[in-house]
Write a protein that binds this ligand. Structure first.
Ligand code: DAH
Length: 357
């Protein structure tokens, strides 16, 4: 028995794997193992011998079993340690690399503005950036020698000698989309038209290309009161404040009568704009009741239909809402600027989820 004990305890101590350990278990204490064979011998013994040998064999079996269990646990720990050494993971690393691109503030604000007006029943209309001077000027009640043509600093497209097609310009505003939308759709109509516009101008608040959003609502009985409500509702939603105060200042645009420029009550705190309170006014848009001549040019009968239009500078809105000081940086494609002022592609503005979170 001492030989058996020594043989198996040594084998167990030297086992290098759980598989080797299992072989030892079968050979020692399995059904046909050596200890079982010895137990079978008990039957041939005298009762006196059996009384001595029985407990001894049982004790040997227990001893081998507990040595097996201890070794199995030790082997398991070693295997785990080995895995932990190779299969490690730095849980402080970001789950996924941050996407390299961001949404430009102009795109973000365009989405925000579109979302707000979509919620009020406006659909999106589009027009070309290279526009006929008829759509850009004449149809908007700005005839060829009207002084407003000079005010616009228009880029005219080059025309080859002998080319008698109507002259084209880079559109100076989104207002020609009003004409196109009404010609295509007639009245009633409720559209907004965001897009790029161009003027020959460059300083801290002007770039030769910038963005506007045009609004147009034509029906049988639309008035300035509707315009005022729509714009107030828009400002509340856009600037994400409960109270806004707008000031309608009499103005002049050839394509509206009456015309109004709209200012927003605000104040400045450490260079940041606070909307809704304070003693300052910030001009944010031009608007008015669409001129009968504009309706006529668009194939809409002005004795039957009327409505309002407005034009907002998108870049200006972005500067105001997100505290961006210089307009020119918008279009420099400086990656540091884009990372700082850009938005995550996963944060689409919605009226329910929030516009700018
Ligand atoms: N088109 C004008 C501009 O670029 C802005 C504007 C003013 C648009 C009044 C309108 C409007 O629709 O009614 O300066």
């Amino acid at each position: 028995m001492d030989d058996l004990r020594q043989k198996y305890l040594e084998a167990i101590a030297g086992a290098g794997s759980e598989a080797a350990l299992e072989e030892i278990r079968v050979a020692a204490v399995g059904k046909k193992g050596e200890v079982a064979l010895q137990m079978r011998e008990l039957g041939k013994m005298t009762p006196e011998e059996r009384q001595v040998m029985g407990p001894k064999l049982n004790a040997l079996k227990d001893e081998i079993n507990s040595a097996l269990a201890a070794k199995k646990e030790a082997l398991g720990d070693a295997a785990l340690d080995e895995r932990l050494k190779t299969e490690w993971l730095d849980v402080t690393l970001p789950a996924r690399p941050r996407p390299a691109g961001t949404i430009h503030p102009v795109s973000q604000v365009t989405e925000e503005v579109t979302t707000i007006f979509a919620d009020m029943g406006f659909s999106v209309a589009e027009g070309p950036q290279i526009e006929t001077d008829w759509h850009n000027f004449d149809a908007l009640n700005i005839p060829p020698h009207h002084p407003a043509r000079q005010e616009f600093d228009t880029f005219y497209m080059h025309r080859a000698e002998g080319d008698n097609r109507p002259p084209h310009v880079l559109r100076t505003h989104t207002s020609p989309v009003q004409i196109r939308a009404m010609l295509a759709q007639g009245a009633p109509i409720r559209v907004i038209a965001p897009g790029r516009v161009y003027r020959s101008d460059y300083d801290q608040t002007h770039t030769p290309m910038f963005h506007q959003i045009e609004g147009l609502a034509i029906d049988r009985d639309i008035s300035m009161a509707n315009l005022k409500w729509v714009l107030e509702e828009f400002c509340r939603a856009f600037f994400e404040v409960d109270e806004v105060e707008l000031r309608f200042r009499a103005s002049h645009f050839p394509f509206t009568e009456p015309s109004a420029e709209v200012d927003l009550r605000c104040s400045w705190e450490d260079g940041r704009l606070k909307v809704g309170e304070g003693d300052d006014w910030m001009e944010i848009l031009g608007s008015g009741m669409v001129h009968p001549k504009v309706l006529e040019a668009s194939g809409v009968d002005p004795t039957e239909w009327q409505g309002f239009a407005f034009g907002i500078g998108i870049d200006r809105l972005a500067m105001l809402k997100y505290g961006i000081p210089d307009l020119r940086a918008f279009f420099d494609s400086d990656l540091r600027w884009l990372r700082h002022y850009g938005f995550s592609a996963l944060d689409m503005p919605t009226m329910r989820g929030g516009l700018s979170r």
